[in-house]
Design a protein. Structure first.
Length: 475
């Protein structure tokens, strides 16, 4: 006996879009069959999906939950945790989130993972994983610990090339330590996930603008600028090229210079992948001038219209493989407390509307195929991050993580309809489809606006980067 049949939907499979029935047994997809092949009596429940789009649950490979952030008076606050953000993700059709475990010099890599597990495991209503985020001056023994963690199913390492703010320390790795980390990645089969900005350029521009009295956040694009992205990307990619076997995922690409650098690296056959964010693809630095313009900001900054267009081009050329959020869920008051170039909170409250917004922008407005859209919001992240085909696919044997989009559910986004916080950068944004059903490992967790998941239902996902990704396979 099957547990569930989803009948007659337009199913986005790895081979293309097929109108068929999807059969679920336990936590996995048991069969894809011609419509009507299975009878209603073959399953505990049958859900009509005619006229709907069935896609693998969304995967957001870049979120910050229960994450410390500083407001202008020096107070440390924390973003909302996996209970609230995970609920919002499921309402929006995203079933897997990848966050960060903070690796410091004061504790081992294993202790860093265990500390993060203590925050997440009891509260998680969706599935999740971690990137290991390194800190400045990692002790020598930490590199061996990282290799062990990669082998144990924690294969991605986050590296910063800047401290982002002039008064912050502890994030940036010098290039000697990055070099050592790349050696570990190449030998152990890991993947570097990189926040790349040129620290000298960034800090020079902070000092320059502060000296000139141009400190309002509307000048942010002059500080975290396209030249910084160009120089840093090329330096990081050249270093990776010098350590054969180093595979990298360049996070939150924001400028045409970053797109070009990734494209040139891939043309050399290097295993380099790119991520952008929906705010970069739909907003520019001019939007900082709007009321509460901070809500559109994350680090690096928004850029120009030409940069925005280049990011879209990158989704077609293969330089941009994933669209993430850099999720940082806080209140509107918290997000807008900072008003200067050196105190504005980064991140974005965007995990819930991501699938709907990008469906509208990709499929409806730009004519992307459903397959390409699903690649950018789910499948490619699963492939790059070592989750495929368990996640990111509607295929026999894959986890039954499924989002049902209703293309007749149209309208404008309102903060009152969302479940993250008290504002949304996407207020008033038109949508042409909305997730009306979300299934996590065979269980209906959201249906017609009602939430059925429970805390602790989520599962940590140990991962292994596939050889083809380490080899630079195109996506």
């Amino acid at each position: 006996m099957l547990d569930l049949i989803l009948r007659g939907g337009d199913v986005v499979t790895p081979e293309g879009v097929v109108r068929c029935d999807v059969a679920v047994k336990g936590e996995t997809i048991a069969a894809l069959t011609a419509c009507g092949t299975l009878s209603d009596t073959d399953a505990v429940r049958v859900i009509a999906a005619a006229g709907k789009i069935l896609m693998p649950g969304g995967i957001d490979p870049h979120v910050h939950m229960q994450h410390p952030f500083m407001v202008p008076d020096g107070t440390i606050l924390y973003t909302r945790g996996i209970d609230q953000v995970g609920m919002a993700a499921l309402f929006g059709g995203t079933t897997t989130l990848i966050d960060f475990a903070y690796v410091t010099g004061e504790r081992s890599v294993r202790q860093s993972i265990e500390a993060r597990d203590a925050d997440f495991a009891p509260k998680a209503c969706c599935d999740w994983a971690y990137h290991m985020m390194l800190s400045t001056d990692p002790p020598p023994q930490q590199f061996a610990e990282l290799a062990e963690a990669i082998e144990a199913g924690y294969p991605t390492i986050k590296i910063f090339t800047t401290n982002i703010w002039p008064h912050r320390s502890g994030r940036m790795l010098d290039f000697g330590d990055i070099w050592e980390a790349f050696k570990v990645l190449a030998k152990a089969g890991g993947l570097g996930v990189i926040h790349a900005e040129d620290n000298d350029i960034v800090m020079h521009m902070y000092a320059k603008l502060i000296g000139e009295g141009r400190v309002g956040f509307e000048h942010m694009a002059e500080v975290h600028n396209a030249l910084s992205e160009d120089l840093s990307f090329r330096r990081v990619l050249r270093l990776a090229e010098s350590v054969p076997g180093t595979a990298l995922y360049m996070m939150h690409v924001s400028a045409a210079t970053g797109v070009a650098a990734i494209g040139e690296a891939r043309a050399k056959g290097l295993p380099i992948y790119g991520e952008s964010l929906h705010q970069y693809m739909l907003h520019t630095a001019e939007d900082y001038k709007l009321p509460n313009g901070q809500i559109y900001h994350t680090y690096p900054s928004l850029k120009s219209e030409a940069d925005r267009r280049a990011l879209w081009d990158g989704t077609l050329s293969g330089a941009i493989n994933c669209v993430a959020t850099d999720e940082l869920c806080c209140t509107l008051r918290e997000k807008t407390l900072g008003k200067r170039i050196d105190d504005t909170t980064g991140g974005n409250s965007g995990v819930e509307p991501r699938l709907a917004v990008m469906f509208t922008e990709m499929v409806e407005r730009r004519g992307y195929s459903l397959r390409r859209y699903v690649d950018l919001v789910s499948t490619n992240a699963a492939k790059i991050m070592g989750l495929y085909p368990r996640k990111g696919a509607i295929a026999v044997g894959s986890d039954a993580d499924i989002a049902m989009l209703d293309p007749s559910r149209r309208g404008k986004l309102r903060k009152e309809d969302l479940h993250e916080t008290d504002y949304t950068p996407w207020e008033g944004h038109e949508i042409f489809a909305w997730p009306v059903l979300t299934i996590l490992r065979g269980k209906v967790v959201v249906e017609n606006g009602k939430f059925y998941a429970r805390e602790g239902q989520g599962r940590y996902l140990k991962r292994k980067i596939a050889p083809e990704i380490l080899g630079g396979a195109p996506l």
